[in-house]
Design a protein around this ligand. Sequence first.
Ligand SMILES: CC(C)(COP(=O)(O)OP(=O)(O)OC[C@H]1O[C@@H](n2cnc3c(N)ncnc32)[C@H](O)[C@@H]1OP(=O)(O)O)[C@@H](O)C(=O)NCCC(=O)NCCS
Length: 198
Amino acid sequence: MPHDRLGYMPDELSGTLKVRLVPLGEEHLPEVATMVADADVVRFTRFPEPLPPGFVARWYARYRDGRVDGTCAAFAIVDATGAFLGLALAPHVDGEAREAELGYMLAPAARGRGIATEALRQLSDWAFGTLGARRLQLLISVDNRASSRVAQRAGFLHEGVLRSLHVKQGLRSDTEVWSLLPSDARREWPRVMTHPRT
Ligand SMILES: CC(C)(COP(=O)(O)OP(=O)(O)OC[C@H]1O[C@@H](n2cnc3c(N)ncnc32)[C@H](O)[C@@H]1OP(=O)(O)O)[C@@H](O)C(=O)NCCC(=O)NCCS
């Protein structure tokens, strides 16, 4: 199957839950525009507030170009019927360092079912397998407990807190750093543990 620089091969990305990652396309943008207006997305992601006119189209163009030059990647999280559930992102890919920052967000109706954890697992598999990444990183607000649980359940290790990190215009936030290495990739942490330990 032909693929671009970041090796999009969506057929490889199906997991055990009935959710899949597919390359983000223009057909997903109306639902992206709705989702990024959600209060938790505004609070916990780098989408600007308020969203300037035309922002989603420009944001999409950055990911479309990044897919070609290998600097970033965006997937839609979809269900078995192809319905849009959310986004799984690699906002920064450093091919030389073989490192990537990952991120995720769900439409409100898709939350609370472990979908983000499954999507992050699939995204991590893609980053290790297709990108050949040696280190994956998540940046999560200390106030975003749901996202920290997603990171933990997907096997990421909590490394520490970056204090007062600049998140976006008008927002600084104490921010957790979580990482996953290829050698950690298949580990799962017991649900009772607050922090993963080795
Ligand atoms: C963060 C987000 C992706 C979580 O996805 P999800 O699939 O709904 O996650 P779940 O509902 O399965 O919750 C994961 C865990 O967090 C817990 N959780 C959910 N909401 C919580 C809250 N408000 N406070 C504390 N824990 C919470 C769940 O109980 C679950 O814990 P468990 O593993 O012990 O059962 C989703 O809430 C979202 O899109 N938020 C807005 C955007 C965002 O914050 N993106 C991440 C930026 S770093």
